[in-house]
Design a protein around this ligand. Structure first.
Ligand code: GLV
Ligand code: MN
Ligand code: MN
Length: 410
């Protein structure tokens, strides 16, 4: 099968068709987890899977498993996939690429009339982004035994609506147990979402592992009062306290340069009125670093900043660490299979560490796993202008095909 290649035009066409579901006026996609448009995207994927002759199962977390049978049903599948949900101002490729690359591998195997030994399964994992239901990679986390099913189903959005309620509402509350099925190997194809491949003129990133992440919810409470009549010394302004912590997050990351990154991306001010001093602010903190000790130093700096705001500004503060995902190396043998596929296809490649979180992290709890990155324009992602080329999406899919074929023979 060494000469087998995927159909790049068909893959591109599928990517562009899916991107119309939830498309935004600025050329991006808003297909937030378990929304009506997420359901539409899922329905299209399921339709394409049936058209490709596959069986489809949905598990209790709404993960969709598309299976192409192999010649030996007793063997564990080679699995691939990613996610169909997006950020509110997301792009066409983050997640969708990995799911549709998997589907394109199946279509290619169909065209070639090639029966693998093992089943090939393509998965669309629920709620990878974590923007509506924190934490990220929630349903692959349940699959990988990181979170309990109960925990996964009870995560709630800002309006108190739970994952279980939304799965029911959109018709994706499946019955297959989430996890417990043997998997031979998992590969995930994804855009890089950073600038390294482009800067180094490489088409394929051979992903060594993921950096660590810690997510916090923070609440600062002060006192609401009149913006015109309350003298400055008498104020207990929760937003001023939050502003100091936002700056401290930036400083904590800069203190761990060049790899430390820290973000406050979601901030809610109460009562959010022009002429009321803010009495309460809720915000999120996202800290990341490839080295766990450096990540811990960043978390400590955050805790100190929160304590300082309490003592110096007369505010009360609560900091809740809601998620800790330590740095994760991928399986050396599976990483080597990705590198071999890139080499055999004569594609420029380099080793990279993922700055983003990915479902492969938690699937790696239960089987060997690895990832394939392709460049995205100017390294920009989580933005409506996120872009990739037909040439690169095809190249990454060819690497995926050949990594899968190698794992099938193993
Ligand atoms: C997921 O997209 C993340 O890395 O935040
Ligand atoms: Mn993604
Ligand atoms: Mn993302």
């Amino acid at each position: 099968m060494a000469d087998l290649r995927i159909n790049g035009a068909r893959l591109w066409e599928s990517l562009m068709t899916l991107a119309r579901i939830g498309e935004t006026p600025r050329g991006g996609v808003c297909r937030v987890a378990l929304s009506d448009v997420d359901r539409e995207g899922r329905d299209l994927f399921v339709r394409w899977a049936h058209e490709a002759g596959c069986t489809v199962e949905v598990d209790q977390m709404g993960n969709i498993f598309v299976r192409r049978a192999g010649s030996d049903p007793t063997l564990a599948p080679v699995m691939t996939g990613s996610h169909l949900d997006t950020q509110p101002t997301g792009g066409k490729f983050d997640g969708a690429y990995g799911v549709l690359a998997g589907l394109e591998v199946i279509r290619t195997l169909n065209d070639a009339n090639h029966t693998t030994r093992r089943p090939v399964e393509v998965v669309a994992w629920t709620n990878e982004e974590g923007c509506r239901f924190a934490p990220a990679m929630l349903a692959s986390g349940v699959f990988g035994g990181e979170f309990s099913l109960e925990y996964g189903l009870t995560r709630a959005d800002h309006d108190g609506v739970t994952v279980a309620q939304e799965l029911d509402r959109i018709g994706y509350a499946g019955t297959r147990p989430c996890g417990g099925q043997p998997v031979h190997t998992f590969f995930e194809a994804h855009i890089e979402q950073g600038p390294l491949l482009e800067a180094n003129e490489c088409i394929i990133g051979v992903v060594q592992g993921l950096q660590g992440q810690r997510w916090f919810d923070c609440t600062i409470e002060g006192m609401e009062s009149h913006a015109g009549t309350t003298p400055m010394p008498r104020r207990r302004d929760a937003l001023c306290g939050a502003a100091q912590i936002v700056t401290a997050v930036q400083q904590a990351a800069l203190a761990q340069a060049p790899h430390g990154v820290g973000t406050v991306g979601d901030l809610r001010v109460h009562p959010n009125s022009r002429n009321v001093i803010p009495g309460r602010v809720n915000f999120t903190v996202d800290l990341r670093h490839p080295d766990d000790a450096a990540l811990a130093a960043m978390a400590n700096a955050l805790r100190e900043a929160v304590a300082e705001v309490e003592t110096a500004m007369g505010l009360t503060a609560a900091l809740d660490e809601i998620w800790y995902a330590p740095p994760t190396p991928f399986d050396a043998g599976s990483v080597a299979a990705v590198r071999r596929a890139a080499q055999n296809l004569d594609l420029t490649h380099m080793d990279v560490i993922s700055g983003a979180g990915h479902d492969a992290k938690y699937v790696a709890n239960v089987c060997p796993a690895a990832m394939i990155f392709i460049p995205c324009k100017d390294g920009i992602s989580h933005n409506e202008i996120e872009d990739a080329t037909p040439e690169h999406t095809a190249a990454g899919c060819d690497v995926l095909l050949h990594a899968i074929l190698e794992a099938d023979g193993a």
